[in-house]
Design a protein around this ligand. Structure first.
Ligand code: BGP
Length: 470
């Protein structure tokens, strides 16, 4: 389409217009947070299964019991009207030791899940790795060990062979940037004080690049992309120092990951920070070739909130001359309301983030997480009045539509989460789902499912192609 055609065909006024019929209205989950059955049918342990969970929260052995209730859950998602369902495959269900022998029961579980989605007309979107590194690999150093790169590529090869006939959209690594910025999220016990954080991160980038290249080689019709958590960093004040700190935070938090995945190169500002902060980072010419050869077809990303940063003497990385070389302190932004967990709520930041990613990389974008963690209450009549979640999602969908209106090619939107599941830090107190799961931190109760108010609302949104957000 020429620019003048694009200008002429610019969409009519929002918010009443529907998105194209092939837009992937979806929802999202991850294996270690939803499945349970963490030691069943030959599954090996992952770092999530053996970690010390936060006080008062349950371990991951039962979760939402999706491993046993997957058919009921997919039927609910079909009733919701989902066009796509983004879930992850537990590495250790497929390869209990992380590498080596394949577990047929694990392969069969996801095969059935994928078939069930397709039978209901839901496109399965598969995350290959969502925080659940096999403990067998963690024991050998995890991502600090270059052999983990080979293990991931081997895992990818098994997945492509088993499901490549039915899965079109693949996501490599969920929130690699958060794993590096907040290592206890998913890097495992190996990530102790001597862990070479950015060298390990580099190995993940290589693993991702090789998996993307392999996908294109063995599944030419498939599409694959990274799935970091991307959110613009905002300067607290309009001072040059705050703007510079925000530029560093954007480089270190966001662009490092997408520049490597999409452009096959390291972001110079991020490298400046990494080196001055004293991290080890050895990158060979051969590594750079690997990065260049593995290209994504689209960018998936998770968005919850922007981050606001300010220059803080003594905390911001500075050289002897006082020149700034890193982000400062992340602070609350007085302009934003917050969630029950003090996460800023910034729907317009979703729009600016979408627009910024598009203007940097020009690839189609898929939103793989966005949502509101809240204390939901199940009423005696089985209803859950989560109007606050509807408000959050409505504002973010509106912002996304505005970004699309400016020309950003967004191909799908997957709120976190499809059904209630265990939050990374807060167990079952903090819920995100369209479907309430009756259990809490103390007891698994009967794990019965209930449709929340947001379930009925999102069903109308999807049925109207996003036109009806009321
Ligand atoms: C993302 C993760 C998800 C999920 C979500 C909500 O970072 O990819 O796995 O946990 O955040 O986070 P939390 O459960 O901490 O509220």
């Amino acid at each position: 389409m020429s620019l003048s055609e694009a200008v002429r065909s610019a969409p009519a006024a929002w918010p009443g217009r529907a998105l194209p019929a092939d837009f992937l209205w979806g929802a999202s989950s991850s294996a270690y947070q939803i499945e349970g059955a963490s030691a069943e049918d030959g599954k090996g342990p992952s770092v999530q299964d053996v970690k010390t969970v936060p006080a008062g929260t349950p371990d991951f052995s039962v979760c939402s019991d999706h491993y046993h209730r997957w058919a009921e859950d997919i039927a609910l998602l079909a009733e919701l009207g989902l066009k796509s369902y983004r879930f992850s495959i537990a590495w250790t269900r497929i390869l209990p030791e992380g590498t080596g022998a394949v577990n047929p029961a694990g392969v069969e579980f996801y095969s059935r899940l994928i078939d069930e989605c397709l039978w209901h007309g839901i496109e399965p979107i598969v995350t290959m790795y969502h925080f659940d590194l096999p403990t067998a690999l963690d024991a050998r150093g995890g991502w600090a060990d270059p052999a983990t790169v080979d293990a991931f590529v081997e895992f990818a090869r098994v997945l492509f062979a088993a499901y490549g006939d039915r899965v079109t959209h693949w996501l490599t690594i969920n929130e690699q940037n958060i794993m590096t910025l907040v290592p206890h999220h998913g890097l495992g016990a190996a990530a102790g004080p001597d862990y070479p954080l950015y060298q390990a991160n580099h190995h993940m980038l290589l693993a991702q690049a090789r998996a993307m290249a392999l996908c294109h080689e063995v599944l030419p019709a498939a599409k694959i992309g990274p799935a970091p958590n991307i959110a613009l960093a905002l300067p607290l004040e309009g001072t040059a120092e705050d703007v510079l700190c925000a530029q560093y935070l954007n480089a270190v938090r966001n662009w490092l990951y997408l520049d490597a995945a999409v452009l096959g190169r390291y972001n110079t500002l991020a490298v400046d920070h990494i080196r001055r902060a004293g991290y080890r980072l050895d990158v060979s010419d051969d590594d750079l070739r690997v990065l260049r050869e593995g290209r994504p077809d689209f960018i998936a990303f998770n968005y919850y909130n922007t981050e606001t940063v300010t220059y803080a003497p003594g905390e911001t990385l500075e050289d002897a001359d006082g020149a700034i070389h890193g982000p400062g302190r992340i602070v609350p932004n007085p302009h934003f309301a917050t969630t029950d967990w003090n996460w800023p709520i910034d729907p317009l930041g979703f729009r600016t983030t979408l627009q910024e990613i598009h203007s940097r990389y020009g690839l189609p974008l898929m939103v793989t997480e966005n949502g509101l963690g809240a204390y939901d209450r199940l009423e005696p009549d089985g209803t859950v009045d989560d109007g606050y979640r509807i408000d959050y999602l409505r504002d973010h969908i509106t912002a996304m539509k505005q970004a699309i209106d400016t020309g950003v090619p967004v191909i799908g939107y997957h709120p976190w989460s499809a059904i209630d599941l265990i939050s990374t830090h807060d167990g079952f107190l903090k819920r995100y789902g369209f479907v309430y799961v009756r259990r809490d931190n103390e007891s698994t109760h009967d794990l019965a499912r209930f449709r929340k108010k947001s379930f009925h609302w999102y069903r109308r949104v999807i049925a109207s192609g996003g036109a009806d957000l009321a």
